[in-house]
Write a protein that binds this ligand. Structure first.
Ligand SMILES: Cc1cc2nc3c(=O)[nH]c(=O)nc-3n(C[C@H](O)[C@H](O)[C@H](O)COP(=O)(O)OP(=O)(O)OC[C@H]3O[C@@H](n4cnc5c(N)ncnc54)[C@H](O)[C@@H]3O)c2cc1C
Length: 387
């Protein structure tokens, strides 16, 4: 291994964001992608929920997503049966999807390689990497932080720190031959305070049963919450099988307000390191792929205006939507079990299209106006001394 490697673009992180940047770089751009795990797509740190419309739009092979048309949503005492046939969910085969993205990479991919830090040398960035116990340096024109919640590059350069408010989740994946493969479950309330739980059927006939909570709003360990779930009667009530011979997936994602700055000269961030997962459900893969690909194209133009244009386009698409979604996230994190009962009862009165849009964090102008009016009403009631 030479002590110094030169490349135009260094991408840190081989998740969906980094791989998507690498996949859309034009020919002739030299790039290196480093990934600290031994393999792409392993271990799995996400539950892979997506939407079949996005699977088609992003050109993801359909065999990598399992379509689901029905969801049952539970709180402690309420239940909503949701027909999603107008907007079916797609549960992704995460490992295969990430490998598929990697197969399109225009960058050289080095796994089992950890990014350690960077310094600026003139208009270049010198980064330190470690592989097989050996350190070496990479000199690049641009560096992309696609390291997920670690924000490894921005943190090393003193541009940002990893988020302190984070979603942490754990999931048990197990064979579930008796579970209806067209049925997903979401649950809220006493067993997952500040967060939610899910059960997603997959392409391989298994079920992913998980819970996620927001730290530090909650100090409960998701592992303990899953155990409590298994020990209680909630699974039976929701018609879910008990996990046996399960495999554990676990992960962390940021849960902070969206920050519109993505470009810091020749340092750029994308994906979870830029807090791009939706604030409503914490769904990030489709956004990483879309914005990662757009960033790869912008980087290929080798100009600062192209990067600024990309940053503005992402802001136009996400900033307002995420502000509204984050407000819902903040309020829901403070909900108690009774609030969830009321909330699920209220959801039953909404058209399924509106509910699905809410879950997608995709608010229409009418929904935004309605939420604005509700907020004004709340402020007025407060000012007049009401609740
Ligand atoms: C429990 C849970 C459930 C989720 N469920 C869903 C879901 O259903 N649907 C959905 O769309 N999204 C979901 N998400 C969110 C989704 O997983 C993320 O938004 C997405 O993975 C972000 O992709 P990324 O490429 O930005 O970061 P990551 O997927 O985190 O990838 C970054 C990679 O960079 C590597 N890395 C970090 N630091 C270094 C370093 N110093 N050197 C080298 N490599 C490094 C890491 O090992 C990591 O693999 C979930 C997240 C969690 C935690």
């Amino acid at each position: 291994m030479p002590d110094r490697v030169e490349t135009e673009i260094l991408i840190v992180g081989g998740g969906p964001a980094g791989l998507s940047v690498a996949s859309s770089l034009p020919d002739g751009v030299s790039a290196l992608l480093v990934h600290q795990d031994r393999e792409i797509g392993v271990p799995v740190r996400t539950s892979g929920g997506c939407w079949m419309s996005d699977v088609a739009r992003l050109g993801i092979p359909t065999e990598l997503a399992h379509p689901v048309n029905h969801a049952d949503i539970y709180s402690d005492h309420e239940h909503l049966s949701l027909d999603m046939s107008s907007e079916p969910v797609g549960v992704l085969d995460v490992t295969s999807l990430y490998r598929w993205l990697a197969s399109q990479s225009k960058a050289e991919i080095r796994c089992a390689t950890k990014y350690l830090g960077s310094r600026r040398e003139g208009d270049r960035i010198v980064s330190r990497l470690r592989a097989s116990g050996q350190e070496y340096e990479v000199i690049s024109r641009t560096i992309v932080d696609a390291s997920g919640w670690h924000c490894a590059v921005l943190n090393a350069l003193g541009l940002a720190v990893p988020p302190t408010r984070r979603g942490i989740g754990i999931e048990y994946e197990f064979s579930a031959p008796t579970h209806d493969p067209d049925r997903a479950v979401l649950f809220f309330g006493a067993c997952v305070k500040t967060g939610y739980g899910w059960a997603f059927p997959t392409t391989s006939g298994s079920l992913r049963l998980g819970v996620g909570v927001i730290e530090p709003v909650s100090n409960q360990s998701p592992k303990v919450l899953v155990q409590d779930l298994l020990d209680g009667n909630a699974l039976e009530r929701m018609g879910l099988p008990h996990p046996e011979n399960f495999h554990v997936n676990a992960g962390i994602l940021p849960s902070v307000p969206y920050d519109t700055q993505l470009v810091y000269g020749n340092v750029v961030r994308v994906g979870d390191s830029a807090n791009m997962a939706t604030p409503t459900l914490g769904e990030g893969i489709r956004i990483c792929i879309e914005q990662g690909r757009a960033l790869g194209l912008a980087l290929g133009q080798r100009s600062a205006p192209a990067l600024s244009q990309w940053e503005r386009a992402v802001r136009r698409k996400l900033a307002l939507q995420y502000r509204i979604g984050f407000e819902a996230n903040r309020r829901a994190a403070a909900y108690g079990p009774d609030d969830w009962d009321r909330s699920i009862a209220r959801m039953r009165t909404l058209p399924s299209e509106d509910l699905l849009r809410f879950f997608r964090n995709d608010f229409t102008a009418k929904m935004i106006a309605h939420r604005g009016a509700q907020a004004v009403g709340r402020r007025l009631r407060k000012a007049l001394g009401g609740a």
